[in-house]
Design a binder for this molecule. Sequence first.
Ligand SMILES: Nc1ncnc2c1ncn2[C@@H]1O[C@H](COP(=O)(O)OP(=O)(O)O)[C@@H](O)[C@H]1O
Ligand SMILES: O=C(O)C1=C[C@@H](OP(=O)(O)O)[C@@H](O)[C@H](O)C1
Ligand SMILES: [Mg+2]
Length: 180
Amino acid sequence: MLDLPNLILIGPMGAGKSTIGRLLAAELSREFLDSDHEIQARCGADIPWIFDVEGEAGFRDRETQMIDELTRLEGVVIATGGGAVLREENRRALRERGTVIYLFTTVEQQLRRTAKDRNRPLLQRGDREEVLREMFALRDPLYRATADVIVRTDRRGPRAVVNEIVRRVTRLVDPLQCKA
Ligand SMILES: Nc1ncnc2c1ncn2[C@@H]1O[C@H](COP(=O)(O)OP(=O)(O)O)[C@@H](O)[C@H]1O
Ligand SMILES: O=C(O)C1=C[C@@H](OP(=O)(O)O)[C@@H](O)[C@H](O)C1
Ligand SMILES: [Mg+2]
């Protein structure tokens, strides 16, 4: 089997990072780590609680620490949270320690996929569509600047997305597709 580097999923809320990361890791027989899940496990508290008690700044500090730790592992699949690209320090760690895949989706799909969710504090206030559009304007350039590969997730299901990622990443690592 090809020696794949860390595969790191970035992109906005509802793009499918957590869902696709798990499937991708299983497909490649790799360990899967979800930054948000690891933060919650370490704190013994869920993300809304962390935002309530420590504010977004407190959560971002924990996220930076977690990204630093997870990206030091080898040969794993990592799902980040949607805001992981906000800090330059995080972007550098992601870029330098793995192949970064931007899971792109539209605001319309984000709205559908997060409609019933209560675990994303940034979507619990104000006009959700406006919040997501503002985030897109700020973050889309950062996702693009950080990614090696961009894969759309708005027009097909998780399985098809996983297949495309495997195809694209294999080509990156082994451009001639030769099984030496
Ligand atoms: N490609 C896809 N097509 C349809 N639904 C999806 C797809 N990817 C994820 N979902 C659904 O969208 C919701 C949010 O997915 P999630 O993996 O939590 O996104 P993220 O971690 O990027 O915020 C979940 O209910 C998931 O089942
Ligand atoms: O976009 C963001 O700033 C956030 C995205 C969430 O993760 P998902 O992208 O997995 O929903 C989670 O990290 C937190 O609620 C903040
Ligand atoms: Mg997630």
